[in-house]
Ligand binder design. Structure first.
Ligand SMILES: [Fe+2]
Ligand SMILES: [Fe+2]
Length: 180
């Protein structure tokens, strides 16, 4: 496994972990203010970490590299991945609007749609696209791509926000353990 795909796989694990916490959040009793505060935080995490940072790395670096190695840009696996990123953005927008409107059922329907989409999407990337990437992109090229990832991450997230996201996830985790 190259360094770039390894980094993206680790991010998949973080996203899947948050989706599991989100499942619990929707299921456990909570007062409405606390519930919507957590939902708003989840939307923030998904916008910044899952979409801007993770999908940004794939769209700006990994996918173009695969296209340069001969994988079709539109028809085929990359086209499907891009379409799923767009659908994911629509779900996040719907979740964000539902938080604004304090519409719990709307939020939870959009969140369930998002979680289902992303779990399947991540599975396809882990099982198919990244396996292909490891065959086509050399370790040396992946090292370079990983450095580009680091710069990109610093520009879209930066240290302060990274810490903030960790603190948020930690808070959700504690809440969950409270209910077990
Ligand atoms: Fe993706
Ligand atoms: Fe991904």
């Amino acid at each position: 496994m190259g360094k770039a795909t390894e980094d993206l796989r680790k991010e998949h694990d973080s996203i899947l972990h948050v989706l599991k916490l989100l499942d619990h959040m929707t299921a456990v009793p909570s007062d409405e203010d606390a519930r919507f505060q957590k939902y708003e935080q989840v939307v923030y995490f998904l916008q910044i970490f899952a979409d801007k940072c993770h999908h940004g790395k794939e769209e700006d670096y990994l996918f173009p590299e695969l296209v340069s190695k001969g994988i079709a840009a539109e028809n085929g696996p990359i086209g499907v991945m891009l379409q799923e990123h767009r659908t994911g953005r629509d779900y996040i927008a719907a979740m964000s609007q539902a938080v604004e409107a304090r519409a719990r059922l709307d939020f939870e329907a959009a969140a369930a749609g998002y979680a289902d989409l992303l779990r399947k999407h991540i599975d396809k990337e882990n099982q198919v696209l990244f396996v292909l990437a490891d065959q086509l992109i050399s370790d040396a090229q992946q090292d370079t791509m990983f450095e580009q990832f680091e710069h990109f991450e610093e520009s879209v997230i930066g240290h302060g926000i990274h810490e903030q996201l960790h603190t948020m996830i930690h808070g959700w985790q504690e809440d969950l353990e409270h209910h077990l």
